[in-house]
Design a protein around this ligand. Structure first.
Ligand code: PMT
Length: 408
């Protein structure tokens, strides 16, 4: 296989020092990295750093070498991928508007290969309607966005705007880079479909865990695979995704807003705000219907706490989907799941009404299906239709589910 070439663009923000780590991490994957910088980026980190790391000249001026009058075209032609990390609000605005007034923006415009931007900026600049519009325009044009993370920013503000984790940026970049050769990968729609751009999606996933004592709990065998696949697919198709998840051992897809919870009550309270802001809500979590009336902070001991251990009084948990969907707006689409061992479709139809859902995804439990597996066989149950899909992997189910939701 030919050595892949990544052009790394560094713009002028405090996160510019992390570009050096990105450069090294890409090289460790056997990728040849060239670096270009904006003039402002050179105030934050010296071009020399990147000359030493990359082993190539580092450019920042469109006209610095009279012998190379079309530097931006040559750089674009000679790169399999252009990764701009960090990308300032200003550079994002230039790219969204096709402005080409310096080396970085001219190269971005000249790229025929994929472009990834990893924005980093102050939270208010990030949340500004202009920046959000620019992100949306970029996504619609097929530019990949590695969403910034939340946290304490260099300016002291709290919120979204931190450059995404270096590992997330590098793994996203290599998955784009190496999927160029793998056109047969159709687990999710092509990124440039972006048909969910501008939409907010809430997804619940995984099990809930209801404590009995310091070491025991009531839970179930949900792995989170189905819910995380939906989150991943929704994100790739351009949505803003909030993923409220019970404890699982898989990683959240890059760029989704992950809220970790344990109990059903925590899951409900974490869903309340995102639900009111969502256009689509998908409740895939396997929520414990009941929880112990009393839970002990210490470990219950055999021989001492036998009565408490042998009789656990249970009380109902809130029904998260039913509670939230009861107050859903007309323009919101609510999807529930039903995992059943018997009368799968009949039970799903009952849940459609009981949960105030627009659609229930019914899956049969048993025979290695539903909980924990990679492939599943599901039916989409709506008021007047049942669409049964053949066995397919959860990423493909996620894609079909989102297609179906858009039809709703
Ligand atoms: O995580 P995986 O290993 O990939 O497995 C995926 C899955 C099997 C967990 C998933 O496909 C699935 O079917 N999820 C729903 C599991 C279930 O048992 O649902 P239920 O029949 O208890 O509940 C019906 C619906 O109400 C679900 O949307 C559920 O999220 C919701 N619910 C249930 C109880 C409750 N207290 N609050 C809820 O919101």
């Amino acid at each position: 296989m030919d050595v892949k070439k990544v052009l790394l663009g560094v713009t002028g923000g405090i996160a510019a020092y992390k570009s050096a780590e990105i450069c090294r991490a890409l090289q460790k994957k056997g990728i040849d990295v060239r670096v270009i910088m904006t003039e402002n980026a050179t105030r934050f980190i010296s071009p020399l750093t990147f000359v030493a790391l990359s082993g190539h000249d580092v450019h920042s001026d469109l006209f610095e070498d009279p012998k190379e009058p079309i530097l931006h075209i040559d750089l674009a032609r000679d790169s399999d991928l252009f990764l701009i990390a960090p990308c300032t609000a200003n550079m994002l605005a230039k790219i969204a508007n096709g402005i080409a007034d310096d080396l970085m923006s001219s190269t971005a415009l000249a790229m025929a290969s994929p472009v990834i931007v990893a924005p980093a900026m102050n939270v208010h600049m990030y949340e500004n309607a202009a920046t959000q519009h620019n992100l949306c325009v970029c996504r619609q044009r097929g530019i990949h966005i590695v969403e910034p993370a939340q946290g304490r920013l260099a300016c002291g503000d709290e919120g979204r705007g931190k450059l995404a984790d270096v590992d997330d940026i590098v793994s996203y970049a290599s998955s784009v880079l190496f999927s160029i050769d793998d056109a047969s990968d159709e687990t999710c729609k092509e990124e440039d479909d972006h048909d969910l751009c501008g939409m907010k999606i809430l997804i619940t996933a995984g099990p809930t865990v209801e404590p009995i004592d310091a070491v025991r709990s009531i839970t179930n065998r949900s792995s989170g695979k189905m819910g995380y696949a939906i989150a991943d697919c929704a994100k790739r198709r351009g949505a803003d995704v909030v993923l409220v998840s019970g404890p699982v051992s898989i990683d959240a897809p890059a760029g989704v807003d992950l809220i970790k919870v344990e109990t059903a009550e925590e899951m409900l309270s974490s869903c309340e705000d995102p639900f009111t802001q969502s256009d689509i809500a998908v409740f895939c979590a396997a929520v414990a219907d009941l929880r112990p009336l009393k839970s002990f902070d210490r470990k219950l001991k055999k021989g001492i706490d036998d009565e408490a251990l042998s009789t656990i009084d249970l009380v109902p948990n809130p029904d998260i989907i039913a509670t939230l969907a009861a107050k859903k707006r007309d323009d919101q689409v609510v999807v529930g799941f039903a995992a059943e061992t018997d009368d799968v479709i009949e039970n799903a139809k009952q849940k459609l009404n009981a949960k105030h859902a627009d659609m229930i995804v019914a899956n049969k439990v048993g025979g290695g299906l539903a909980f924990g597996c990679d492939d599943d066989e599901v039916s989409f149950v709506t008021e007047d239709d049942v669409l049964s899909l053949p066995l397919m992997d959860k990423a493909q189910i996620a894609d079909r589910l989102l297609d179906q939701v858009l039809k709703c």
